[in-house]
Design a protein around this ligand. Structure first.
Ligand code: HPA
Length: 254
């Protein structure tokens, strides 16, 4: 089976002897790296492009997910950095979100631009992949993880204001810039999708000052443990998953 991993950075130690490929899609060429991990083929995409320099509001979200779909990837594990809006969720913790709120503003959000298709978002993240991530976070030494969380996606690239965070925190737990529309597009393609969110900071107003450098430093510190969680999770993914992600589209068209 092919397992996709999408992240904003290379994950050292995870992708062994990768072969670089380019996938042509209707939304542009996408660079990817393919390799093997145990019984599965791995398919890695840096969502910010090969040079990792595309800002969150300009990421080729459709191209990235289309590249996974065209390559017959059945499951996607997404890694993203987030800020915490809750005292109980601290920097260096991990969150496996179960739901999201979309506060993006100007992104292309769907593959269905000329048909009336409304995908169900009752369980936007694959319950089976979420279970695997949760179990394997628990198995990994030194990991503090939260089994549930509402992810709020902003447009970026700026960080939020303190008033925005005060407002968002009434409805969501963590805030990031790239979680939406990835999760929606994966469902539109019938691909199982779950996210491992690395908490890099308390959101604006909940800590003294917030810098992009600090976010990057905490992410780098967590790379080995992210790699470990992903290895265990990829290993545990089964062909037969107890979910409906693949078939959810069957009743979505009008
Ligand atoms: N806000 C938005 N995106 C983020 C943050 C944040 O505080 N931290 C890491 N990614």
């Amino acid at each position: 089976m092919k397992i996709g991993i999408i992240s904003g950075h290379r994950i050292s130690n995870l992708i062994k002897k990768p072969e670089k490929i380019t996938v042509e899609t209707a939304f542009g060429d996408i660079s990817a790296e393919v390799s093997r991990m145990g019984k599965h083929a791995l398919f890695f995409i840096n969502r910010h492009g090969e040079k990792s320099d595309v800002p969150p509001h300009k990421v080729n979200y459709l191209g990235n997910i289309q590249a996974f779909a065209s390559s017959h990837v059945e499951c996607i594990l997404s890694i993203g950095t987030v800020g915490s809006m809750k005292k109980g969720i601290q920097p260096r913790d991990f969150v496996i979100p179960h739901d999201f709120i979309d506060f993006t503003k100007s992104r292309q959000l769907t593959f269905f631009d000329s048909e009336r298709v409304h995908v169900d978002m009752t369980n936007p993240y694959c319950p089976s992949l979420r279970d695997s991530l949760i179990k394997n976070c628990k198995k990994t030494r030194g990991v503090i993880s939260h089994e549930k969380g509402v992810y709020l996606s902003t447009e970026g690239p700026r960080l939020e204001t303190a008033s925005e965070i005060n407002f968002f925190s009434k409805f969501a737990d963590i805030v990031g810039m790239t979680g939406v529309p990835e999760v929606v597009l994966a469902r539109e393609k019938g691909i199982c999708f779950a996210s491992l969110c690395v908490v890099c900071n308390m959101a604006t107003g909940l800590q003294n000052k917030l810098t992009a450098e600090e976010i990057s430093l905490i992410y780098s510190e967590k790379k080995p443990v992210i790699s470990k969680i992903l290895q265990l999770t990829v290993d545990s993914i089964d062909e037969k998953r107890n979910c409906n992600c693949k078939n959810d589209l069957s009743k979505a068209a009008l």
